[in-house]
Ligand binder design. Structure first.
Ligand code: MTE
Ligand code: MO
Length: 419
């Protein structure tokens, strides 16, 4: 019988046991909760309910119940929430794998279904394990491999998160009491005894092999794996030599070089097919539309409007971000005022269009609270120099606290109040 995985005696690792599983389970309970919350925040940060332009899951229905106007303060908000989401997600990979390994005998236990309740529990486990693996795989592919998906990442990762959450809640309700009991017994230094075995069924190997590693050693291995992933990822949220430590992370794009424009680039002008003639300062025109009509501005005319500065980061959904850069340009709200929004009312939303004709990204919608912030700019300069071609020359949007994807580069048109 011991030759078949359905027999408890088939599983011989002395590391397996309710305590090992419980400790990992509690770490995942805390970690996955943070991932879930930061993930939902990331979705809200896109202004998905503002315009179809921003959102590719228009049929999200009730799942959008919690959406709110993403604030512009503190200006590093998305840098923090998304840095935590991606870095923590990567660091939890060893914990997730160890947890799944620790309970794998359960997968084979016979009979497969003992009762209706047992059948429902197994179904929830299928959704739990499937959901967790799906979220980790789609998330990691997105940050490592530049959106390698059939269809869009956002709906897959969003719907997957809700399926996972439903199963996760059921699992926590069923298992948390036993997990806490096991960990308390561990801390009290009790021998792993009959009670835990009764609670947790087949996890302790009835006929263990001699240990090659203590359980403490196994915890160190998992924790060490997490620490290595953390240490080789966290640098993507910083500039300079720290970014170089993010050896497992693609650095977000081509090497940005040095000088005022020497910070992270997502996609280059050449990559997205920007025609250098269209983006040339003499040929380029900005079209601004609004309540009172349409205004066309050359770059020289734009530079004669009041110019303002703001220190703001770029924070990408992929988890990397830059430190604050000094942007200088025309306030979005001043441009809105040119086309009829100069009264005391709330600032309008805006649809931003770019010169880009290739690839998925061309346009973005910003909400009134973002347009109205004095730090939201149509930037012409960064760190004291005109924007480089790759950072969006001649003009790009920069908004405090917003995800990088809303900071449209190579802007050609702003439609205020159009949504
Ligand atoms: N037109 C256009 N604007 C764009 C993008 C793009 O692909 N095309 N990428 C966005 C994304 S996803 C990010 S993270 C930021 C990156 O800005 P940077 O390359 O200047 O760092 O630009 C945003 N603006
Ligand atoms: Mo991005």
């Amino acid at each position: 019988m011991a030759r078949f995985p359905s027999s408890p005696a088939f599983w011989r690792s002395p590391v397996r046991g309710p305590r090992f599983t419980s400790v990992l389970g509690l770490v995942l309970l805390a970690g996955m909760s943070v991932l879930f919350v930061t993930g939902l925040l990331s979705y809200a940060a896109y202004n998905p309910d503002l315009s179809q332009v921003n959102d590719q899951t228009p049929d999200k229905g009730l799942l959008g119940f919690y959406l709110f106007a993403w604030p512009t303060d503190p200006h590093w908000l998305y840098r923090l929430t998304q840095g935590v989401h991606v870095t923590l997600g990567l660091a939890l990979v060893p914990v997730l794998l160890a947890k799944l390994w620790s309970v794998v005998p359960r997968l084979f236990a016979l009979p497969p279904v003992r009762s209706l309740a047992h059948a429902l529990e197994r179904l929830s486990l299928l959704l739990l394990v499937g959901g967790a693996l799906f979220e980790f795989v789609t998330g990691i592919l997105n940050v490592q491999l530049d959106y390698a998906f059939p269809g869009s990442f956002y709906p897959l990762h969003l719907y997957g998160a809700w399926v996972f959450l439903a199963a996760f809640l059921a699992h926590v309700v069923l298992k948390l009491p036993a997990a806490l009991r096991n960990v308390r017994a561990l801390r009290a230094g009790l021998e792993e005894g009959e009670e835990q075995q009764a609670v947790s069924g087949t996890l302790l190997a009835p006929d263990p092999d001699p240990p090659t590693m203590s359980r403490r050693g196994a915890f160190w291995l998992v924790g060490g794996g997490s620490a290595v992933l953390f240490g080789t990822s966290v640098g993507r949220s910083f500039d300079g030599p720290l970014r170089e430590t993010a050896v497992l992370s693609p650095h977000g794009g081509p090497e940005p070089g040095t000088g005022p424009n020497g910070f992270q680039i997502n996609k280059t002008a050449a990559y997205v097919g920007i025609d250098p003639r269209e983006a040339a300062p003499e040929a380029w025109r900005l079209v601004v539309t609004g309540r009172s009509g349409t205004v066309r501005l050359s770059l020289a005319e734009l530079r004669r409007l009041p110019l303002h500065s703001a220190a703001l980061p770029i924070a990408c959904v992929e988890g990397w971000s830059t430190a604050d850069q000094w942007w200088r340009g025309v306030r979005l709200r001043d441009l809105a005022a040119l086309v009829g929004y100069d009264g005391p009312e709330d600032p309008p939303d805006v649809l931003v269009d770019s010169l880009q004709r290739r690839g998925a990204f061309r346009r973005a919608a910003l909400r009134g609270n973002q347009v109205g912030d004095a730090r939201s700019l149509l930037a012409l300069d960064v760190n004291g120099e005109p924007l480089s071609a790759d950072h969006g020359r001649p003009a790009r949007v920069i908004v405090p606290a917003a995800p990088g994807v809303l900071n449209t580069k190579w802007v050609t048109r702003l439609d205020f109040g159009a949504l």
